[in-house]
Design a protein around this ligand. Structure first.
Ligand code: PEP
Length: 252
C-alpha cells in the first residue's frame, strides 16, 4: 500500500510573518487528516519558524531545492545538511528550476543523491513541455528524466524517493491534465522506467504524485486513479480552504 502524500509548494511566496499566518491557519485542518502524509514547502527563509510551529505534529516540512555539495564557496546556495536541520523532504527538479535556473537531469541526479545520503525524502519532479507534448514526445522526455535524474541510485535509495509527474503545460495555467491521462502516463511510462532502474517491486512501491493546476474541485479526479498517490500543489497550497479540500480528497 502506498500512503497518499499531498505536498504544498509555496514557491517564492510569503515573508516569515505571512508564512507563519498561513501555517497557523492550515495547521488545525491538516492535523485532522492523518491518513494522508501532508507536507508544506515554504521558502528557505521561513523554514526555521515553520519548523518550530510543526513540532509535535506529524506534518512534514520540505525545502524547494538544495545544492549537492556539503559546504564551500557556493554563494547563494543551501547545503543538504542545512536543509536537513529543519526538513524531512525536498522538492527537486521542479520545472521552474529547469526552465529559469538551468537545471538539467545531471544536476537533478546529483541533488537526489545528496538528499538521500543525508536522509531527506526527495520529491523528484518530471514533466514534458507543451511543445514536447504536442510533438508526441511525452514518453521519450519522461523516460529520459527518470533514467538520468535517478541514475546510479541503489534499489534501496530508489524506494525512498517520491516522483511527481508535472506536465509543464499544466503548472500554474489552470489547465490540469485529465485524471485518466495522468494515470496512463504514470502506469505506462513512469513506472516502467522506474522498474528498469530498480525492479518491479521497488517501482510499484514508489509514490507517484500528479502536479499541475490541482484544486479542491478537481483533486478527486486524480486521487480516484489507481496510479496517482497524491499531489504536488502550487497555487492552491496558498489558499487554506482549497489546500485542505485537496488533502481531504486524498484521504478518501
Ligand atoms: C507546482 O508548482 O508544482 C504546481 C503544480 O503548481 P500549480 O499547482 O500552481 O499548477
Amino acid at each position: 500500500m502506498r500512503k497518499p502524500l499531498v505536498a504544498g509548494n509555496w514557491k517564492m511566496n510569503k515573508t516569515v510573518e505571512q508564512a507563519r499566518e498561513l501555517a497557523s491557519d492550515l495547521l488545525p485542518g491538516l492535523q485532522d487528516v492523518s491518513a494522508v502524509e501532508r507536507v508544506i514547502c515554504p521558502p528557505f527563509t521561513a523554514l526555521l519558524p515553520i519548523c518550530a510551529m510543526l513540532k509535535g505534529t506529524d506534518i512534514g516540512l520540505g525545502a524547494q531545492n538544495l545544492h549537492w555539495e556539503t559546504s564551500g564557496a557556493y554563494t547563494g546556495e543551501v547545503s543538504p545538511a542545512m536543509v536537513k536541520e529543519f526538513c524531512q523532504y525536498v522538492i527537486l527538479g521542479h520545472s521552474e528550476r529547469r526552465t529559469y535556473f538551468g537545471e538539467i537531469d545531471e544536476t537533478v541526479n546529483k541533488k537526489v543523491k545528496a538528499a538521500l545520503e543525508i536522509g531527506l525524502t526527495p520529491i523528484v519532479c518530471i514533466g514534458e513541455t507543451l511543445a514536447e507534448f504536442e510533438a508526441g514526445r511525452t514518453a521519450e522526455v519522461l523516460t529520459r528524466q527518470v533514467l538520468l535524474g535517478l541514475a546510479d541510485l541503489t534499489a534501496d535509495q530508489g524506494g525512498r524517493i517520491v516522483i511527481a509527474y508535472e506536465p509543464v503545460w499544466a503548472i500554474g495555467t489552470g489547465k490540469a491534465a485529465s485524471g485518466i491521462g495522468a494515470n496512463d502516463v504514470v502506469a505506462k511510462v513512469i513506472r516502467p522506467a522506474l522498474s528498469s532502474l530498480f525492479g518491479e517491486d521497488v517501482s510499484s512501491s514508489i509514490r507517484g504524485l500528479y502536479g499541475g493546476s490541482v484544486t479542491g474541485e478537481n483533486a478527486a479526479e486524480f486521487f480516484g486513479q489507481p496510479e496517482i498517490d497524491g499531489a504536488l500543489v502550487g497555487g492552491a497550497s496558498l489558499k487554506v480552504l482549497n489546500f485542505l479540500e485537496i488533502v481531504k480528497a486524498a484521504a478518501k
